[in-house]
Write a protein that binds this ligand. Structure first.
Ligand SMILES: [Zn+2]
Length: 448
């Protein structure tokens, strides 16, 4: 058998140098070739797809998490049943021992509210390929040199995650010292370990990176990472600034979901979709084509099939070309999930107008530094605003009301009633979500 590290290095080199498309037509030709092979060779191995006659991707049905979980056994190529996979995944979560596997398959649980949990399977070959692609896309030049120089100390990576998985420990090797930190433990227990490990690369959700930056500024954390990567949550400007002030580096992003490794930031800090490995159809949310929900087909995976999978995320496209010249689509922001879009009736004709999380983030920026944290939950025509403020909450609430009034005016919508409350910090390991739709105003048809 070929050694694991060598397989990873081969994928790494291919990702870094061979699959570096500058010409959109060439990228699309490569995708078409890989998709044709995927449909001919891989799809028929899953019972669900065996009898569907399709000449192109567009002939295949779309899927979402519910559909995937409903026909789990038929949508993977190994006949693994959902109950079997869940059993192993839940045991690993409960014991915080992430070693158990199903044969050569790694089992992971995807976050989600209970009842909406997903489970995913990754084979050994896919795991090694994932590690190679991730390093190939995420490592800057100076760390790449370090990784490839056997006489230099190994690359030290500190990784904060809600749950570990064999997927991530795949990265551990003689050249990489991989430290996993359990997000459920919060920041405090990690500080002494980080001070000992002295990571070169710090990876975690932006709310956690922000908290670590604050600890560094307070002198409790004495690390100097040369590369910081944000995962799993929306990266906000305030997080970026906190990291820069504490560690003097820019924050890069990896856009990764259970459904695949979907995007990465280039050397200019622009988020590009990982289109050399994943086909992403935009389902446009507006006529001007500024925002879309991605429909993902991962033609690099062969165990659990992700075929025209509709992600719940809202992506905003970048309107100018990235100076790096990459042909992969540039994204201005991952704005959040579809249930983070709020709706109000238009003043003119009462039709539903979508208000994106980014609108609120921008409005809240203008309220000044006294608003330290905020959360917005829509219940019909009432918006519940949780605030953590410095100084008087009443003054801050007045400023927030004024900024939101400006926003309603700009968007031409009927203003909702605002109800102010104290902001509640999410428990450790829970994703930060600023904006949430509980239910829209009665009688409003809310479609994109
Ligand atoms: Zn770029």
């Amino acid at each position: 058998m070929v050694p694991d590290a060598l397989v990873t290095v081969l994928h790494f080199a291919r990702t870094r140098w061979a699959l570096d498309f500058r010409d959109r037509a060439k990228l699309e030709a490569w995708q078409a070739k890989r998709l044709a092979r995927f449909m001919r060779v891989v799809l028929p191995s899953a019972p669900y797809y065996r009898n569907i006659r399709a000449t192109g991707l567009a002939d295949l049905p779309t899927m979402d998490k519910a559909a995937m979980m409903a026909d789990f056994a038929d949508r993977n190529t190994r006949g693994v049943r959902a109950a079997e996979a869940f059993d192993i995944g839940l045991k690993a979560e409960a014991t915080r021992n992430f070693a158990p596997m199903l044969g050569d398959l790694t089992v992971g649980l995807s976050s989600g509210t209970s009842g909406n949990r997903g489970v995913f399977l990754v084979s050994r070959a896919e795991r090694l390929r994932w590690a190679g692609i991730l390093l190939g896309r995420a490592l800057p030049g100076h760390l790449l040199k370090r990784l490839l120089s056997p006489w230099m100390p190994p690359l030290r990576i500190a990784f904060f995650l809600r749950a570990n998985s064999n997927l991530y420990t795949t990265l551990n090797s003689r050249r990489i010292d991989f430290g996993f930190h359990d997000l459920l433990g919060g920041v405090e227990p990690a500080l002494s370990q980080l001070n000992i490990q002295q990571p070169d690369v710090l990876v975690g959700p932006p709310s956690l990176l922000h908290a670590l930056a604050a600890k560094a500024r307070a002198g409790q954390l004495t690390i100097a990472p040369s590369h910081v990567i944000s995962v799993a949550e929306v990266l906000e400007d305030a997080d970026r600034e906190a990291v820069r002030a504490a560690f003097h580096v820019d924050t890069h992003q990896i856009y990764q979901a259970t459904e695949g490794f979907l995007g990465y930031t280039c050397e200019h800090g622009t988020l590009h979709l990982n289109e050399s490995f994943v086909h992403i159809e935009p389902d446009w949310l507006d006529v001007a084509h500024t925002r879309f929900q991605p429909i993902v087909t991962d033609f690099s995976r062969e165990t659990q099939l992700i075929v025209r999978y509709r992600l719940n995320d809202v992506l905003r496209v970048r309107d100018t070309r990235c100076p790096c010249g990459r042909a992969e689509r540039a994204i201005a922001a991952v704005e959040g999930r579809a249930d983070e879009v709020l709706w109000l009736p238009a003043r003119a004709d009462g039709r539903a107008v979508a208000i994106y999380p980014d609108h609120f983030r921008r409005a809240m920026l203008f309220t000044g530094p006294s608003v330290r944290e905020f959360e917005l939950v829509q219940t019909g025509m009432q918006f519940n605003v949780g605030l953590l403020t410095e100084g008087s909450q009443d003054e801050a609430a007045a400023r927030v009301s004024a900024e939101l009034d400006t926003l309603w005016h700009c968007l031409g919508v009927v203003p909702p009633t605002l109800r102010f409350t104290d902001w509640q910090a999410p428990s450790p390991g829970v994703k930060r979500r600023r904006v949430r739709l509980q239910y829209p105003p009665e009688g409003l048809t809310c479609t994109f």
